[in-house]
Design a protein around this ligand. Sequence first.
Ligand SMILES: C[S@@+](CC[C@H](N)C(=O)[O-])C[C@H]1O[C@@H](n2cnc3c(N)ncnc32)[C@H](O)[C@@H]1O
Length: 509
Amino acid sequence: MTKQLPTLFRDKMIDLLGVEEFEQFLASYDEARLFGIRVNTAKISKEEFLAKSPFTLTKVPWAADGYYYEEGERPGKHPYYHAGLYYIQEPSAMAPVELLAAEPGERVLDLCAAPGGKSTQIAAKLQGEGVLVVNDIHSDRVRALVKNLELSGVRNAVVLNEKPERMLTVFQGYFDKILIDAPCSGEGMFRKEEDMMQQWERHSVQEFAHMQRELLGQAAEMLAPGGRIVYSTCTFSPEENEAQIAEFLDRHADFHVVPVDQFGAGHPDWLRAPWCEEGAYSPRALAEVAGTARLWPHRLKGEGHYVAVLQRVGASAGAVSAEELKERVASAGDADVGVKKRGGREALRGKGRVEAAPHAVSLEPLLAFAGELLRSEPFAAARLVCYGEHAYASPAGLPELHGLKVVRPGWYIGSLHRGRFEPSHALAMGLRMREAKRALSLASSDERALRYLKGETLEVAESEIIRDLEVTKAAKGYCLVCIEEHPIGWGKWHDGMLKNEYPPGWRWN
Ligand SMILES: C[S@@+](CC[C@H](N)C(=O)[O-])C[C@H]1O[C@@H](n2cnc3c(N)ncnc32)[C@H](O)[C@@H]1O
């Protein structure tokens, strides 16, 4: 393995680290790979998960919900994975979101988000409250992002597929927190993914440095006073790391670095020829860059990363509770938001706003479904929008997204077609079992759990359909299928059989 490292990369690392430390760094390439999962606390508490986890887990020291699992274990092949109870994530990659410190009620942007490891981590921190905007410039990667958000049951995310410069007018000064998990030369991933080395040889560090400079400037425009940007890469080159932050600080006097002390320190001493322009940065910038963080594969149990926490001066609006948010939007005259909690169909009637619809779409079938199957609309506090035949619950407090390439304007609820409503898989995944009036809960050891995930029809006795007989006598119809009370999809029960509604593209194979 070590022999295949690109020569240019080796020589540069020897220059930066010195021969002695480079030997330790090099030795890390021959060490066993590390594997991590992060418990999705938006769906399950850590305690509950640890009590039922079939894996051998050890805590990742820097991630509140992160754990190492052992090589040979296959968390991607367990029904709990399909219930979105955890996300498989490289341990070092969990650090940036911990440092972002997003809180429920905040407005958060994940600017370079696909495939969504960090977006789902932010979503868990928000606990469904506030606004999460996730964006990626590459449409093919956005598909994986959408799937991961749906799997994780995220209700308050908006997915964009935009060039960040096109987002500036809509989101000027809007966000409390912004994550830039920047596209980079990926040197920190050489151990995990060997084909990153070929990619490294094709793209220059300078090419990425240019992109990163732009992204940092654009993020600053979208950040509110008192807000925080976390900038991260999975590469070692100072041009993409310390140099970016030093230059940013020199251009933005209203930002300072929040020092991170649990990892290796940033290296202002590496901002020198031949890697960077010597003497190009102010003493303030150089001093602050030392407070940024380097995660070294030979010093901790994880891959190589760089993280900088940039705080903007000014009074922060702070986290806004869901109630406050509703009030703010209501007092701004937006009568489409379900401000008052009303039960059943009444809560939605007149509240749903039909947007961008080529012709009027009746919400009646959706209302009928909600009335029949949901205890209270989990999306009543959001704004219901229809794009064509598709209904979404858009998080309250979101500005108009006119002109932007919107992939998901919110939680996808389902489609309305010829007077029929078909609930989405995303709706099932975002629900709690207690929110459904009809549910089936299978043990993960029940062979029907796997058969459901494979798309098979199941034999289910009427007595197994969980329902409050005072409210819903009929077992027939849509039913929320769960594994140990955690939703995995829809089924339609009739006469002892459960017709499988698990989407073909999601099936276990
Ligand atoms: C390091 S990856 C992000 C990984 C992701 N944050 C995660 O944790 O799963 C960088 C992403 O930036 C995207 N990207 C590249 N250039 C971009 C740009 N100018 N604006 C937004 N996204 C960009 C890439 O498509 C890629 O998905």
